[in-house]
Design a protein around this ligand. Structure first.
Ligand code: GTP
Ligand code: MG
Length: 323
């Protein structure tokens, strides 16, 4: 592996192979790579922050990849540089180098203005990759001005992606019929905007109807606040995609002008720090064999009903300042 300064310089030049290597480095779990990854990110940090960070969520099969490819191509043709971080649930099996379904985003992947990167879908990370945040920063350092993050459509995906993007776009399909009743309130609450897909062919009218219902639901949900925008569109024939993008850009422009974008990113960085501290405290604790054994005993005692969890936890923790 090249030294961090060299790799950083290559990433900054927009060298795709270097960017891919850099992402592989931050995703690596090999001993020693963590330090190299940290050094790399530290060097590149001043060059990050320049992209519009957009998360795309929605139920499995709703059309996230299709939308990202269609929207990404439009943006590339308009001269933007677009990076896509897609969590590929199958790549933890295949080794993380190819998209599970190779037919997806093929055209976008070939566009010189685009970079498409599938990442292993870590199961513990709520529908985004374990290192998606780091990958996002690397894409920014490489000069991409739009980064699209596709999640696995799982229950936790909205939370996880919301914690790292400027704008969380929720996709709804009119095909599901009672879609609005079925969609979790949490997903709606976290959405910064909604696209009702498949507004083409037979479903065009249904999509408009779902969009109207959705606008109403969001107005109620957000009380007096301006509700997130809802657009009906089609990734297949491109209807509504220009409107969708204009809306997203307008919102982000307003958020920037009002200081909300900077505040959101600052809060995200703080929460990211907290999550790492918690993760490392726990890992440090469990790596201590004595602590792990005591925890095991405490668990048995609690299971037998001899102790309350609160008291047992206090005992386990009392004898050590967790590193
Ligand atoms: N008619 C129509 N079909 C669409 C549209 N968008 C997606 N589809 C179809 O819906 C199917 C699923 O699309 P994907 O883009 O793979 O959905 P996804 O949300 O990325 O799926 P997962 O990543 O597996 O959760 C594909 O067969 C698409 O062709 C659309 O706007 N109109
Ligand atoms: Mg997909």
């Amino acid at each position: 592996m090249a030294d961090p300064a060299e790799l950083a310089a290559a990433v900054r030049r927009g060298d795709r192979a270097a960017l891919a290597r850099a992402i592989t480095l931050v995703e690596s779990r090999r001993g020693g790579d963590a330090e190299a990854a940290e050094a790399l990110l530290q060097v590149l940090l001043p060059h990050t922050g320049g992209a519009l960070r957009i998360g795309v969520t929605g139920a499995p099969g709703v059309g996230k990849s299709t939308l990202i490819e269609a929207l990404g191509l439009r943006l590339c043709r308009a001269g933007r540089r677009v990076a896509v971080l897609a969590v590929d649930p199958s790549s933890s099996v295949t080794g993380g180098s190819i998209l599970g379904d190779k037919t997806r985003m093929v055209e976008l992947s070939r566009h010189p203005g685009a970079f498409v990167r599938p990442s292993p879908g870590g199961d513990a990370h709520g529908g985004v990759g374990a290192r998606t945040r780091e990958a996002l920063l690397l894409c920014e350092a490489a000069g991409f001005d739009v980064v699209l993050v596709e999640t696995i459509g799982t229950g936790q995906a909205e939370n996880a992606v919301h914690a790292m993007v400027d704008f969380c776009l929720l996709l709804l399909s009119p095909a599901a019929g009672d879609e609005l009743q079925g969609i979790k309130r949490g997903a709606m609450e976290l959405a910064d905007g909604v696209l009702v897909t498949r507004a083409d062919g037979d479903l065009a009218a249904a999509a408009e109807l779902v969009a109207q219902q959705c606008r109403f639901a969001l107005r109620v949900l957000h009380g007096g606040e301006p509700p997130p925008p809802v657009v009906a569109g089609s990734a297949r024939n491109g209807t509504g995609l220009d409107e969708l993008w204009r809306t997203i850009e307008d919102r982000l422009q307003q958020a920037r002008a009002g200081g909300r974008l900077q505040a959101r990113r600052a809060a995200q960085a703080g929460a990211w720090l907290d999550a790492i501290v918690q993760e490392r405290l726990l890992a440090g604790f469990l790596a201590d064999p004595v602590a792990a054994a005591e925890l095991q005993q405490a668990r048995a005692s609690v299971a037998r009903g001899e102790q309350l969890p609160g008291a047992a936890a206090r005992q386990v923790l009392a004898r050590r300042w967790v590193p």
